[in-house]
Design a protein. Structure first.
Length: 403
């Protein structure tokens, strides 16, 4: 064989999150549990296809009459429904056509479009993310040529928010610094800001003229569709312009369909049109135009008089089950480790619990007990159920006892 062109390509390190799922898949042990990736599982351990989504698929099968390209900015009905979900049906922003929304390849795609826009058009080379943040934030932002700095967020001593440190760091940032904020269900910690801290963040963003970039991947998983969008409302009420990347992977349980969007709240209809036109050019440069299927299903569900309430119920069931599992997890851990305090787990929200377990414990959990969580100690409580929670807690206890 002639000299290969690829002989000096090294293996990439496994992905910090999806690599754990690959290792889980390759593990033949029947008692294995995947608490790594942020994916909701029902009481039987299945990743459900929601009824509302199944019904929408049937409707779409009767409606689809072409496979031609979508417009670069995506399915029109999806864009409108998404804006109404984020900002409210009666939002004056929407009446004034001040929001530029472009469908994206999942929430990650929305982050990518947003950061490319910031890099190209807003003259910025550094973005601030929470310490810690979702692993892929850094990956996506650095790949766009940005430096990634952190602002204080999680306090491992109190298992809560370093609110004062976070706010004082944000106060030091130069005008027009982009700041990534998690709207709710902070990934990986599950620790969210309360309303008064959000108000302070919004005030600082206004005073310092920062560029807020909100990642909204878990709408409906904390308190509900409307309450979870409260931080966005606060930015709107303050009259700020900002970015939101959102995802339907979790709220519709359609992970592999890759449905998300980037929305940019601008100052006027004219600005929104200009911003949309530039984001469309970025889409064209990266993947030309978006896929159709998942966004059509979301558009049908959100605008259908029966499927919409059906979806809201299904989302509520997912939220309630996660809540129940979080309580069960804390209670069972307390039962097997009575000397330790796990009350902090109850204050966390969304799919994740930052368990406080060390990297050594997380590795031993995988190697000895086939319980897969992230090295950071992040555990997906949305994958716990009545059949696996005892095994998980006992495995944790056998490693933690005496430490
Ligand atoms: C996670 O954090 O586990 C999810 O957002 C899935 C992913 O792509 O990382």
């Amino acid at each position: 064989m002639a000299t290969s062109l690829f002989s000096d390509i090294h293996m990439a390190a496994p992905d910090a999150i999806l690599g754990i799922t690959e290792a889980f898949r390759n593990d033949p042990t029947p008692t294995k549990v995947n608490l790594g990736v942020g994916v909701y599982q029902d009481a039987q351990g299945r990743i459900p296809v929601l009824n509302s989504v199944q019904q929408a698929a049937k409707i779409w099968a009767t409606q689809e009459d072409t496979k031609t390209y979508l417009p670069i900015d995506g399915v029109p009905g999806f864009i409108q429904a998404n804006q109404e979900l984020l900002f409210g049906k009666d939002s004056s922003l929407l009446k004034e056509k001040r929001v530029a929304t472009v469908q994206s390849v999942g929430g990650s795609g929305g982050l990518k479009l947003g950061i490319e826009f910031i890099k190209r058009f807003m003259g910025q080379d550094t973005i601030y993310v929470s310490d810690p943040s979702w692993e892929n934030h850094r990956v996506i932002f650095e790949a766009a040529g940005m430096k990634v700095e952190t602002y204080p967020y999680y306090d491992p001593q109190s298992f809560g928010l370093r609110a004062a440190d976070m706010l004082s760091t944000l106060r030091t940032l130069k005008p027009r610094t982009p700041v990534l904020l998690h709207a709710c269900c902070h990934n990986p910690t599950g620790v969210d800001l309360d309303e008064s801290t959000w108000k302070e963040v919004v005030d600082i963003c206004a005073e310092r003229e920062l560029i807020p970039f909100i990642d909204f991947a878990y709408q409906g998983f904390a308190d509900g569709i409307v309450p979870d969008s409260r931080p966005i409302q606060l930015f709107v009420e303050k009259g700020l312009t900002f970015f939101v990347a959102n995802s339907f992977a979790k709220s519709f349980s359609i992970y592999r369909e890759r449905v998300g969007a980037l929305s940019v709240v601008t100052g006027s209809q004219k600005e929104a049109a200009a911003v949309t036109s530039q984001i469309k050019r970025i889409v064209r440069m990266i993947y030309s135009s978006p896929p159709s299927y998942g966004a059509q299903l979301v558009a049908i569900v959100l605008s259908h008089p029966e499927l919409r309430p059906m979806w809201e119920n299904e989302l509520g069931e997912m939220r309630n089950r996660i809540h129940e599992m979080r309580h069960l997890f804390a209670q069972k851990l307390k039962a097997v480790l009575p000397d330790k305090d796990f009350a902090f787990i109850l204050n966390q929200r969304g799919m994740f619990s930052y368990s406080g377990l060390s990297v050594d414990v997380m590795k031993a959990l995988r190697e000895k007990y086939h319980v897969y969580g992230l090295d950071s100690g992040r555990i997906c409580v949305a994958a716990l159920n009545h059949s696996n929670v005892d095994y998980v807690c006992e495995s944790v206890a056998s490693l933690v006892k005496g430490t």
